[in-house]
Design a protein around this ligand. Sequence first.
Ligand code: S3P
Length: 177
Amino acid sequence: MLATRTIHNLALIGFMGTGKSSVGRLVADMLRFTFLDTDHVIEARAGKSIREIFDQNGEPAFRELERRVVEELTRRKTTVISTGGGLPADPANLASLKTHALVVCLWASPESIFQRVRGQSHRPLLNEADPLARIRRLLEERAPCYRQADVLVNTELRSLREVAGQVIHQFRLARNR
Ligand code: S3P
């Protein structure tokens, strides 16, 4: 399948709190690529935070903004793209990313994710009485989408640098195929 694709970019998908933005920034630095975070693009365009978009316009409006950004990404080159956790739940988004990017999924257990995101309040989907239960449920629901990635990288017990190293290794392998 990869033979028919031109891999210009690297896209990181995965659940909230798996380190897509931190890993993405480091990988972009190491590859000398541009870094782009889909959530940041959406916030800049809307002139408000993700949380405000969810509160004022609702999740469907946010997903629509997300789809538009995904469409525009097809024109990018040498870019590391960090995506919002729910973006690949729409199969069309994932299919679009695969036309121009190697899609790498960062994986972590619900418990590790909970440890990483607890105390943060900018993620509307986790503002609940029992965020761990919500993480478990959402992760189970989305796991089939995340498994569609070209590569799955487990972030458990690995430092940021180790994860970035793995991602770059896989990217170079895929480009040299
Ligand atoms: C979401 C994840 C968030 C952000 C929004 C919705 C999700 O991004 O896009 O809050 O549906 O999982 P991160 O994965 O960067 O936290």
